[in-house]
Design a protein around this ligand. Structure first.
Ligand SMILES: *[C@@H]1O[C@H](CO)[C@@H](O)[C@H](O)[C@H]1NC(C)=O
Ligand SMILES: *[C@@H]1O[C@H](CO)[C@@H](O)[C@H](O)[C@H]1NC(C)=O
Length: 515
């Protein structure tokens, strides 16, 4: 039996190698929270026999067979524990509106840094050949023209739900009456004012990205290639497929054509690792369970204003539960005995421990997905980016509740924790977890299937709707409406003229008779 299996495995490997693809991954954003979504897919593709080459700021620590790094590390600042909570404390509508300007501005500096370093030249060495390109689609398209030289199918990938400017290029219907904007804090069902805001802001963001960002991206790429290459939006529209790190159980149902595939939770590991001894002991020796507190990798929780920190610690001191807090310093003033601090903690493994009863987080999508997967209720304190949207989505779908940092008082914080620690709330979070996990295939298997599908069908142009390369006036039926309007006007005019002349005739005849 064992021998039989060995032969079978060997056969599988040989078969899969015979269709091995040479895949180029281009993931230039320097935020680790994006790359942790891309890396598992590239590793898995390598594991399944494909040759992958990965352009990123994060080369592997331990080499993996068939996985080759082209490191652009050092060409842009890394975004790790850089931001201060004070910056997002009193967030206004304006700060939400300017988010796209800030993130695309950062995208431009990443573009310039990577191109100027000439580290990308390695892609074009004649010894390299590629069958497929997987590119992160986020705040800039300046790296898509790499495909000008390679001429291979492009697959887009997004570490978050879709940004407003991703819709047109994949032919996704864009109706702001119900399709929420990732950067606004709207719930699933929009009021009149929210629909107005969504229409105006989403429209302006799209216009800005196409007219400004993409124009600059094109210039940057042209100066690197020293050629008059097509506008970057042409490459974007040519992309075969989009893999999105969202799922309709959490990010609300959307209308996607067949070339947009939801793989939400693709970064989740297949199994949890054993926890470090001190953390495991702390968790297992707490008879009332443990609350896990982490604000992610971009903001430093040590920058939390003192007033809020004191209120939160007083609330913790009242609890029978213990608290694990990811805190980027060795000391914390006023720390009660039931709170343990540490600079780094294995988030997924902690959340998967059955004795962890709640998660206080910032609403970063990955942490949210990890908590949803493990059925842990959340208290979300959103800071920036898509965290406001994620927080609303968590609340709408029964995974937790939202509390803004500026609204924190001892009482409110304590009561919010009591709400999510209630067994009824736990049941809601469990139900969401079951919906999130219930899929025909794991997100990873789904992603690999579609990557190979695109290769098998030579870019699979048949999975795109005709909307992708229609001019806007045709897509919006402006020509049809104009025709219908003109015809109606002409018809009304003709009717008016005929009636008038008929009336005139009758009138004139009557007059003649009277005379
Ligand atoms: C888009 O795809 C078409 C058909 O494969 C190809 O002829 C064209 O050169 C591509 N355009 C760009 C900008 O890659
Ligand atoms: C891993 O997760 C399972 C539940 O999914 C749990 O029963 C188990 O205790 C966890 N193991 C560790 C080491 O945390």
């Amino acid at each position: 039996m064992r021998f039989f299996w060995n032969i079978l495995c060997l056969l599988c490997t040989v078969l899969s190698l015979s269709q091995a693809l040479r895949i180029l991954g281009v993931f230039p954003h320097s935020g680790i929270s994006h790359f942790v979504v891309m890396r598992p897919l590239m590793k898995e593709l390598a594991k399944r026999g494909h040759e992958v080459t990965v352009v990123s700021h994060f080369p592997l620590d331990k080499p993996v067979p068939r996985y080759k790094d082209i490191s652009i590390a050092g060409t842009a600042p890394l975004i790790i524990e850089k931001m201060s909570m004070q910056d997002f404390y009193d967030f206004s509508r304006i700060s939400l509106y300017v988010t796209p300007f800030v993130v695309t501005g950062f995208g431009e500096s990443v573009c310039r840094g990577a191109y100027a370093s000439n580290k990308l030249d390695e892609i074009f060495e004649s010894s390299h050949k590629y069958d497929l390109m997987i590119a992160e689609m986020f705040n800039s398209d300046c790296f898509l023209p790499i495909n000008h030289k390679l001429n291979i199918p492009i697959i887009g990938m997004s570490s978050s739900a879709l940004l407003p400017w991703m819709y047109g290029r994949f032919g996704i219907p864009t109706n702001p009456s119900y399709m929420t904007n990732i950067i606004l804090d709207h719930p699933k069902r929009l009021s009149f004012v929210q629909r107005l805001e969504n229409t105006v802001i989403t429209g302006l963001e799209r216009l800005f990205f196409y007219q400004w960002r993409n124009r600059r991206d094109t210039q940057i790429a042209r100066s690197y290639f020293k050629e008059d290459i097509p506008h970057v939006s042409e490459f974007a529209k040519n992309a075969s497929l989009m893999l999105v790190n969202s799922h309709f159980t959490l990010n609300n149902a959307q209308t996607y054509p067949p070339n947009v595939i939801e793989v939400g939770g693709i970064h989740l590991p297949e199994k949890n690792e054993t926890l470090p001894k001190n953390i495991l002991k702390f968790i297992e020796e707490s008879p009332h369970g443990v609350i896990f507190f982490s604000l992610g990798s971009t903001v430093k929780s040590t920058t939390m204003p003192a007033r809020e920190r004191e209120q939160i610690l007083s609330a913790f001191a009242r609890l029978p539960q213990r608290v694990l807090w990811k805190w980027e310093s060795d000391t914390m003033p006023g720390k009660p005995d039931n709170v343990m601090i540490q600079k780094w903690m294995p988030q997924f493994d902690i959340l998967s421990h059955p004795n962890v009863v709640a998660f206080i987080c910032h609403g970063g999508l990955l942490g949210v997905q990890e908590a949803v997967y493990n059925g842990v209720p959340m208290l979300v304190m959103p800071q920036h980016g898509d965290q406001h949207t994620n927080a609303k989505a968590v609340e709408d779908n029964g995974g937790g509740i939202v509390l803004y940092l500026k609204d924190v008082t001892l009482e409110r914080f304590y009561q919010s924790l009591q709400t999510i620690l209630h067994p009824e709330f736990k049941a809601k979070a469990k139900a969401l977890s079951e919906r999130f996990r219930d899929r025909p295939n794991s997100p990873m298997d789904t992603a690999v299937y579609w990557v190979e599908y695109v290769a098998r069908h030579k870019g699979a142009p048949h999975i795109k709707t005709a909307a992708v390369d229609m001019p806007s006036y045709q897509y919006l039926l402006l020509d049809v409406y104009a025709f219908l309007l003109a015809s109606s006007v002409i018809a009304v005019y003709i009717w008016y003229r005929i009636t008038r002349s008929l009336l005139k005739c009758m009138f004139v005849k009557k007059k003649v008779k009277q005379n």
